[in-house]
Design a binder for this molecule. Structure first.
Ligand SMILES: Nc1nc2c(ncn2[C@@H]2O[C@H](COP(=O)(O)OP(=O)(O)OP(=O)(O)O)[C@@H](O)[C@H]2O)c(=O)[nH]1
Length: 589
């Protein structure tokens, strides 16, 4: 295949390009021709003129396009231009399908695309252009994925910016304000690889999305979403729309990190995204670590060199251009060393990530293609040519990146110190069990849950037998070893959701959620036997076996309130001691 690219700013440039010898000669022997138009001028008449000119010069071509927020041609970035990418295939076939879609009809549109393309032999991938500011593209992707679960899908979303408030995708002269345009690429010889570069790092604390409505995040940690941006980034209300997009929220999906960029701030304190987001997802603010992003780029370039592509398409998030400014070419230009590059800055990228088709934000999708068998890897050496000329050219972004790294390290350290302090405040240092102070809260919470969902919950109070005598005979330090070993044994016996508290000196309390008396008795019995079997030594002296007595009380049978339950467990323990120790008794009135 051949990939010819050009950037235009004037309509008179269209016809000479399409009828140029370079394009016409290559197209003459082609099996199919794909023209992608990335249009920075948001103007339907301009688009139609362009499409008509291209169609007239190359009648066999499939022409698709999208309004863009920055165009990429030969690895360089231009604004308010039109970039033309002409991919000339010697044997691959192209299968276009356009779906006008409305909100709610996205999944059906995705299914329609998949159904139309599924029967095509040697289908290698789908190019998808859509309008993420108007429809839920995640559902389009879901519709495709449910029928074509492993096929590569790649592309980007029409940008909606101050300069371009009427995003469009188009197939030939059919323009869509809401919808998607797909092209199936098929061929036995066609090879397609997709890669993602990212480079965003989390900054600040983890937060939960506590109120979400469609693409709107209303509350983060129960406060208006915008408060997070005001508090941590000091973003002035008048500038919010401008800067929000450069600080995405990072989250995990399918085991991979993805981002969501707020694109506008609303009066009610909510922020609007252009991609799916869900209640209770946990997020952190993200910043672009330039060094990491460039490392990503160079790693992908190196990997693609082995693939020896004949064409490269880039679909890069608009926020990368905003954040990196002119430095953004540092991550678009290196690909030009491998094959002609064309692409655009998007309002959302589409790619398989974490083994699922996902709508991404903040990422750069790199699509590499070839039709002929690669005789040898593409000739490429990482000369760092752009930076070598003037090492200070990119200093601003680098300095910002180092400052952000400094803040991230500092806040990680603070967070670690904080969690250490919290651990100290909540745990008994000798046994590692939770301390008495934390009991009230934990017990109240569990009882409230049990009450609300009509569940059981049990307490087991236990106390070592004749421990005074043990201390007197073997010393306090030996006693300490016994206490910490017993706590460890108990922890190994109980579930993760169970909680062990040190209630008093040699007295412990177990809180067992979702457990009725019988179950609690069994757990206590298991612990009793495990303690009785323990063999412990102190300064090479074998210590005698230790036993413990247990009292069990359950909600709601033996008490409705925290104090009543504790008293019931204590009374049962008292009975166990009275009946001869080393036994488990449930509360009996
Ligand atoms: N080594 C050590 N001993 C402790 C600790 N906390 C409490 N003790 C001891 O545990 C013993 C508890 O004694 P008692 O309350 O008389 O009870 P007991 O001897 O175990 O007798 P019964 O409970 O009736 O079986 C006391 O000697 C306390 O000093 C501790 O942190 N370390």
């Amino acid at each position: 295949m051949k990939h010819i690219t050009a950037a235009f700013t004037a309509a008179e440039q269209f016809a000479p390009f399409f009828s140029s010898a370079a394009v016409q000669t290559a197209a003459k022997s082609a099996h199919s021709v794909l023209i992608q138009l990335f249009v920075g001028q948001c103007n339907d008449a301009w688009i139609l003129n362009l499409v008509n000119t291209a169609q007239h010069a190359l009648p066999q071509a499939i022409i698709v396009g999208v309004t863009s927020a920055g165009e990429i041609c030969a690895g360089r970035v231009s604004l308010e231009s039109t970039v033309v990418s002409v991919s000339i295939f010697s044997s691959a076939s192209l299968h276009p399908i356009a779906c006008a879609s409305h909100q709610g009809g996205e999944y059906t549109a995705g299914q329609a695309i998949a159904e139309a393309l599924q029967p095509i032999p040697h289908l290698q991938g789908i190019l998808l252009l859509a309008t993420p500011t108007r429809i839920n593209c995640a559902n389009v992707l879901k519709g495709i994925e449910d029928r074509l679960p492993t096929l590569p899908v790649f592309g980007g979303g029409a940008a909606e910016t101050l300069n371009c408030q009427q995003p469009r995708v188009f197939l030939h002269t059919a323009l869509f304000a809401d919808g998607c345009v797909a092209v199936g690429l098929a061929g036995a010889q066609l090879r397609i690889e997709t890669h993602i570069t990212f480079g965003w790092q989390a900054l600040g604390p983890q937060m939960a999305l506590t109120a979400v409505n469609g693409f709107n995040i209303q509350c983060i940690d129960d406060k208006p979403a915008l408060d997070v941006y005001r508090k941590y980034l000091g973003i002035h209300p008048d500038d919010e729309d401008m800067y929000l997009v450069e600080f995405p929220l990072l989250m995990e999906r399918y085991g991979t990190q993805i981002a969501r960029n707020p694109v506008s701030a609303n009066q009610d304190g909510s922020v609007t995204l252009v991609a799916d987001v869900y209640q209770d997802e946990t997020v952190r603010l993200g910043y672009l670590n330039v060094d990491l992003a460039l490392e990503n780029t160079h790693a992908v370039v190196a990997e693609l060199a082995a693939f020896a592509p004949e064409a490269i398409y880039l679909y890069s998030c608009i926020c990368r251009r905003f954040t990196l400014q002119q430095d953004v070419e540092l991550e678009t230009y290196p690909f030009q060393a491998l094959a002609p590059v064309a692409g655009f800055f998007t309002s959302g990228e589409f790619c398989r990530h974490g083994n699922h088709l996902q709508q991404l934000n903040s990422s750069q999708i790199v699509v590499a293609m070839r039709e002929t068998e690669a005789a040898e890897p593409a000739h490429w050496t990482d000369t760092g040519a752009d930076t070598a000329k003037d090492r200070y050219r990119f200093r601003h972004a680098r300095i910002t990146s180092h400052l952000l790294h400094f803040i991230a390290t500092l806040s990680d350290e603070l967070e670690m110190a904080n969690s250490k302090l919290q651990h100290l405040a909540e745990h008994d240092p000798l046994t590692g069990a939770l301390n008495r102070r934390t009991l009230d809260n934990a017990l109240d919470t569990e009882l409230a849950i049990a009450d609300r969902y009509n569940r059981h919950c049990s307490l087991v109070m236990f106390d070592l037998d004749h421990f005074k005598q043990f201390n007197d005979n073997y010393g306090h330090s030996a006693g300490d070893i016994v206490l910490s070993s017993i706590a460890q044994t108990v922890r190994q016996t109980i579930r993760r959701s169970d909680m062990l508290f040190r209630f008093g000196g040699e007295e412990f309390l177990l809180l067992l959620p979702e457990t009725a008396t019988e179950g609690a008795w069994e757990i206590a019995e298991k612990i009793r036997l495990a303690i009785a079997r323990l063999t412990l030594a102190y300064t090479e002296i074998l210590l005698p076996k230790i036993t413990a007595s247990f009292g069990v009380a359950s909600y709601p049978a033996h008490g409705q309130e925290a104090l009543a339950l504790i008293n019931a467990a204590d009374a049962a323990l008292y009975q166990a001691k009275a009946q001869g120790r080393n036994r488990v008794l449930a509360f009996a009135e």
